[in-house]
Design a protein around this ligand. Structure first.
Ligand SMILES: [Zn+2]
Length: 100
């Protein structure tokens, strides 16, 4: 049995939709994952067992205006944090060199 956190999908969607408005200094996979991780740690998870229910749970979240605004706010905050100090090799050539 696998548990599924619907919040992951919701945060991912918000990130993709607002990517251009978040003023990201880097849009590589590493940075996007960092933003997702920070945002998801701040948001309460929404676990479900059956993946087929994802669209319903997601729809409920979109309908919840205040909840949706809160998610955007947290993603914006996480994006600002990562943009200020990106930890990926793309933005840190020195780190890349030391791991070679
Ligand atoms: Zn990056």
């Amino acid at each position: 049995m696998a548990l599924y956190n619907v919040m992951e999908e919701v945060v991912h969607e918000v990130l993709i939709r607002y990517k251009d408005q978040l003023h990201l200094t880097c849009q590589c996979e590493h940075c996007m994952n960092d933003i997702m991780a920070i945002a998801l740690n701040e948001l309460p998870p929404r676990y479900i067992v059956n993946k087929d229910y994802v669209p319903y749970v997601r729809a409920a979240h979109v309908a919840d205006r205040q909840g949706a605004t809160n998610i955007i706010l947290i993603v914006t905050k996480a994006a600002a944090f990562v943009s200020k100090s990106p930890r990926c090799p793309t933005m840190n050539p020195a780190t890349l060199k030391s791991t070679e």
